[in-house]
Design a protein around this ligand. Structure first.
Ligand SMILES: [Zn+2]
Length: 297
């Protein structure tokens, strides 16, 4: 692929690309597909032809948006964009793109943090006082914490695949209201959360599906087995693939307490297409998500 061809893809109108990916763009904003967003935190700059989320810090141009949203490599994302817009590009191998090369997740850099998890005061307060989580769940999930050079405390959540291989890391800012709220190391694949729990499921046992890892911790603390999908906004192709694989591999019952809002219900319907037996549970009035319900009990 030639440089000018890549530029052609970078110059495609960013909002049009977002819409092709299934995002609903209203007044240069959309719900961010990279975190559990309910307030349209993703902004588009028409002038710079770029996107930025003020909550999770995701940002970039057309190719980055496709790469992240569809979990594709640089070349595959270019091909997707070209195909979607009927642009003919040279199919010869791409010259090495350094920004793409850096985007592989280096698990060896992070594994050791989760071998001996350590919770600082802010993390303990957040997990045990505010969220009222069961310490056994926090240990099972190997949550750990650290402070950056500015002294900002972060909660660090490891994402494993079913075989226990570390595939991504989510950092959550523990200062209330501070931005960015989340940070992800390069190449992190924070798709379906808590996949190792599938190895503990007995045939026919109930598996709950939650939105985001903190609801998943609440569900586990309430004594249920649970996995989490990353975002209420839109299921990525990769999430759907992983879920149908889970559905095919194990015999279990799927359950869900959708968030009490429009994105929550929309997500339930999307999931039901992949998991036809998914059972809907209603949260009591006044509880917007399962985490809130769990804390109020
Ligand atoms: Zn975001």
């Amino acid at each position: 692929m030639e440089k000018y061809e890549i530029q052609k893809l970078r110059d495609l109108p960013i909002e049009g690309v977002a819409e092709r990916l299934g995002l609903r763009v209203v007044r240069h904003k959309a719900l961010c597909p990279f975190h559990d967003d309910h307030h349209a935190s993703l902004s588009f700059s028409v002038r710079r032809n770029s996107f930025r989320c003020f909550v999770c810090g995701a940002s970039g141009g057309t190719i980055d948006l496709v790469m992240r949203h569809l979990s594709l490599g640089f070349r595959e994302a270019c091909r997707w964009l070209a195909d979607e817009h009927n642009i003919i590009i040279d199919h010869s191998p791409l010259t090495i793109d350094h920004s793409a090369a850096q985007k592989t997740f280096d698990a060896t850099r992070y594994e050791r943090f989760f071998e001996r998890p350590w919770l600082n005061e802010e993390a303990r307060k957040f997990l045990f006082e505010e969220r009222k989580l069961d310490p056994r769940v926090v240990r099972w999930c190997r949550l750990t914490s650290w402070k950056d050079r500015q002294g900002v405390p972060w909660l660090q959540t490891p994402y494993y695949d079913r075989d226990g291989k570390l595939v991504g890391v989510q950092n959550r800012n523990l200062i209330k209201g501070a931005l960015p709220r989340f940070r992800f190391p390069q190449g992190s694949r924070c798709g379906i959360y808590n996949l190792p729990v599938l190895n503990l499921l007995k045939p026919g046992e109930a598996l709950f599906i939650t939105e985001g890892c903190s609801d998943c911790w609440a569900m586990l603390s309430a004594g249920h087995k649970a996995i989490a999908i990353p975002s209420a906004t839109l299921l990525t192709k990769r999430d759907v693939e992983q879920l149908s694989m889970v559905n095919g591999q194990c015999s279990m019952e799927f359950h869900m307490f959708p968030d009490r809002d429009e994105p929550g219900e929309r997500l339930f319907l999307q999931l039901q297409k992949v998991l036809p037996s998914l059972v809907h549970h209603q949260l009591p009035p006044g509880c917007k998500d399962f985490g809130e319900y769990y804390q109020s009990r």
